[in-house]
Ligand binder design. Structure first.
Ligand code: MLT
Ligand code: ZN
Length: 471
């Protein structure tokens, strides 16, 4: 690990304050504590100073100074990340993007929008929806997460199964580089075969290559109709097996979510006013959404799905009959992560395999848990083969929780993902907590190549150090 960073001294602090002004400069312990964690496990790392810039020029000046002084910078969105990407593991500057929160332009003629990274994802979605447009990526935390964090982690969410993830909507990015220079990565066009695709390199790079200060997105027409169905299954494995059948029938749902019984029970307890009938013998549910503009087609597809799922020993399907009911079911689904967290500290593994391998992944995870002595609660984006495996601390001692045995168990889960044609993160990123497993999916040569790219962008390794790669 690199630890030859400079200590932030009084002169550095005076400079930072002169750039962002007193009101956006914080060194008080109570404020630092607000920015020392994200949603990942129970991890805390204190920065030396929190800066909340309001302009690109301020960011550029701060970065330039840090680069010349060898001070680490960790950029933070809303802090909803699940792999520790926003944790300032070496201290230094924590730069919050919360004040770069403008929707600069919604271009109706070209179905594009230009926005700043501190815009909340749902706020953006609602702003474009008001104009009949659609920005599909919808992470579970869409009501609080920032677009900048979504770009950093290449976030997905339930709609990814039909509409793709954050990267699929990015046309162009304004980025502050490690030396303080400001660049645009591409052009505001749908087609672009011009040189290397730096735009896509930035997306998912977790703040290690540059600081995104503006993003141009392409948008779609807003679908007008949807159907939502909740389907119980006696066997979780059958629910997983049913998933690929739906696609084989030529249907692409706009959401196809898997929820294990325990996850649903936690969520029911966690959210007031939502009750669903969970039969004691149901091991899992699928939540399936269809969207489009033609109600007749959607009903026909829902009937086809109903007939297909009957072959997998499903129970009675609940069709949401009002917008309020749809909202409740989605709220239930979206709060699974928080609900599990309230019950126990957990480590979340963002496993992903080829869709048809999902049953094997689920069985394997449970078998590994039995062998290594941990309990897991699973849910996720079944249509993408993306299963969030939440390993509960429960009765485990602190030593066991950070010990080698549990790490070995997690390693086996990831090795299974690789064996099933998948990888170790579908949408949460590598950040801090998964970097020790990168060797499972990348050879030494492949890792060298990635590190060489990092070196080209950030030779002093000041941008979000300690993430993605082991130093
Ligand atoms: C989800 O699908 O709910 C999100 O990725 C968040 C989580 O897993 O906690
Ligand atoms: Zn997810």
């Amino acid at each position: 690990m690199k630890n030859e960073f400079s200590t932030v001294d009084e002169q550095d602090l005076a400079y930072f304050k002169s750039v962002v002004t007193q009101m956006n400069f914080f060194t008080e312990a109570v404020i630092l504590a607000e920015y020392d964690h994200d949603y990942t496990e129970d991890l805390h790392f204190k920065p030396n100073v929190v800066l909340i810039p309001e302009t690109v020029d301020q960011i550029s000046r701060i970065v330039k100074h840090c680069n010349s002084r060898n001070i680490p910078i960790t950029v933070r969105g809303a802090g909803t990340g699940l792999s520790g990407g926003a944790l300032p593991v070496y201290g230094g500057v924590l730069m919050s993007m919360e004040k770069l929160n403008r929707i600069i332009d919604i271009d109706l003629d070209n179905a594009q929008a230009t926005i700043e990274p501190g815009v909340i994802t749902q706020v953006f979605q609602e702003a474009v929806a008001a104009k009949g447009l659609f920005y599909p990526p919808d992470p579970a935390s869409k009501g609080s997460c920032f677009i900048g964090g979504n770009l950093a982690e290449n976030s997905g969410g339930p709609k990814a199964v039909k509409y793709g993830v954050t990267k699929d909507y990015v046309l162009n990015l304004e980025v502050v580089l490690a030396d303080g220079s400001v660049i645009w990565t591409g052009a505001n066009v749908i087609k672009n075969a011009t040189g290397l695709n730096v735009t896509q390199l930035m997306v998912g790079s977790e703040g290690t290559l540059g600081i995104i200060t503006k993003a141009v997105f392409r948008l779609l027409p807003l679908p007008q109709r949807d159907i939502l169905m909740l389907v119980p299954f006696k066997k979780a494995e059958e629910a997983c097996k049913a998933v690929s059948t739906i696609f084989q029938a030529g249907i692409i749902p706009s959401g196809l979510e898997f929820m294990e019984r325990d996850a649903l029970l936690f969520a029911e307890k966690y959210i007031d006013g939502i009750e669903i009938d969970i039969d004691e013998t149901d091991e899992a549910h699928l939540l399936i959404e269809l969207d489009g503009n033609d109600e007749g087609i959607l009903i026909k597809e829902a009937e086809m799905i109903h007939d297909l799922l009957c072959r997998y020993d499903c129970g009675e399907i609940l069709f949401a009959d009002s917008q309020a009911q749809k909202d409740k079911l989605w709220k239930l689904r979206r709060s699974l992560g928080e609900a599990v967290k309230v019950n126990s500290i957990y480590k979340e593994e963002d496993t992903v395999v080829k869709r048809a391998e999902l049953p094997r992944l689920l069985l394997g995870v449970k078998e590994i848990g039995t062998r290594y002595g941990f309990k897991s609660v699973c849910y996720g984006h079944a249509g993408d083969g993306n299963l969030h495996v939440n390993i509960l601390k429960g009765e485990m001692s602190d030593a066991e929780w950070v010990g080698e045995k549990l790490k070995k168990g997690i390693r086996e889960i990831f090795e299974l993902c690789k064996k099933l044609g998948g990888t170790i993160s579908g949408e949460h990123g590598i950040g801090l907590v998964q970097k020790e497993y990168m060797d499972i999916v990348f050879s030494q040569r492949e890792m060298e190549l990635q590190k060489a790219i990092k070196q080209a962008f950030d030779p002093n390794r000041i941008l979000n150090p300690g993430k993605i790669w082991k130093d």
